[in-house]
Design a protein. Sequence first.
Length: 94
Amino acid sequence: MYWMDYRIEVGEMAPDFRLESTSGGNVRLYDYKNKNVVLLFFFDRHDGRCLDRLETLARDDGQFRDAGVAILPVSVLGVGEGKAIVEKLGLPFG
């Protein structure tokens, strides 16, 4: 695991990254260039606030999709742990 302290301002382009997805394959931020994206970083699967945010975004997923917005949750969890959360909460994204 790498520690990178990188900050961007609203409106700035985020650096590209590629991560393994819980639904299989890889997700690359560059594939969403010039699209509206919500990046949600969460770190503690035991913290109710993180899970609440995921559930709130999941409830509103249809509205985000209708507005052309992709939701990309990003975590330090392993893919297996992330997939368990996606399945447990019934998340439409992962």
